[in-house]
Design a protein around this ligand. Structure first.
Ligand SMILES: Nc1ncnc2c1ncn2[C@@H]1O[C@H](COP(=O)(O)OP(=O)(O)O)[C@@H](O)[C@H]1O
Ligand SMILES: [Mg+2]
Length: 238
């Protein structure tokens, strides 16, 4: 990469990292204070106040996830994965993690099907990154689904020394033209600057970078109108 381009790129990711670090703490405080108020330790709430606080919490949580995405994305670009890799039993972690994240995403439209999960698949990766991969894929499945019920099917198998995680949905799928670009950072912002769909277009780019940083890769299988399947392939421990 030419020096000028490299410098501009470093400045850009350094800047992203700086703002996301600066936004992270105040938002964590907003979230914490709202949740303390909701606990009613400082006094009872009426129904209207409770609903407003729940909304504040929901938006604060969404913002925190977006900022976490920015933070990890920019840090990955600059210094690689900072959370230390450690051995994880993916076969136990995935079903538990997926169920927890579906609960956190908090949509009553989701029907989750944990499919075939081969036992004993282990790899070296920090759980923080596994969660980020799962959360981004589940968020997308929910957010872009155009059906009243969101069907999410999760499976895990071992193929040729790799752990192969698949997350499939019954949403609108993506066109071949879109497919080329959706792993590019900020793609959605360019494609839909009107901001009708929430998000910053960083989820799939981050999932791809996280997989690559751990020696893996991400593939997408989709037919327009037939849902989307994301396959995450990561080197397994023997
Ligand atoms: N499961 C999915 N079904 C349909 N479209 C999807 C799905 N996942 C991602 N996309 C498309 O890829 C784009 C990029 O996704 P992502 O990087 O997660 O960004 P964001 O969720 O912030 O838009 C989305 O804006 C959407 O158009
Ligand atoms: Mg997304």
């Amino acid at each position: 990469m030419p020096r000028q381009v490299k410098k501009a790129k470093n400045n850009q990711t350094g800047f992203l990292s700086l703002i996301s670090h600066k936004l992270h703490t105040p938002l964590a405080v907003v979230h914490l204070k709202a949740s303390m108020l909701l606990d009613e330790t400082d006094g009872d709430l009426n129904e209207k106040q409770r609903r407003s606080l729940q909304e504040i919490m929901r938006y604060a949580q969404e913002l925190r996830w977006s900022i976490e995405k920015l933070l990890v994305f920019s840090d990955m670009d600059r210094v690689g994965p900072s959370a230390a890799p450690r051995p994880v039993d993916l076969s136990s972690y995935v079903p538990w993690g997926v169920e927890r994240i579906v609960r956190e995403v908090g949509s009553s439209r989701v029907r989750l099907a944990i499919g075939k999960v081969m036992p004993g698949i282990k790899l070296r990766m920090n759980e923080v990154y596994i969660d980020l991969i799962l959360r981004n894929l589940i968020e997308n499945a929910v957010k872009f689904c155009d059906k009243p019920e969101v069907l999410i099917a999760v499976a895990l198998e071992k193929r040729g020394g790799d752990a192969l995680l698949s997350i499939a949905d019954n949403g609108p799928g993506v066109t071949p033209a879109q497919r080329k670009r959706i792993f590019e950072p900020f793609y959605q912002i360019e494609a839909n600057a009107s901001g009708q769909v929430q998000g910053i277009g960083l989820g799939l780019a981050l999932v791809k970078r996280l997989a690559q940083a751990h020696g893996g890769r991400v593939e997408l299988q989709s037919k327009r109108g037939k849902g989307t399947t994301i396959l995450v392939r990561l080197p397994a421990l023997p």
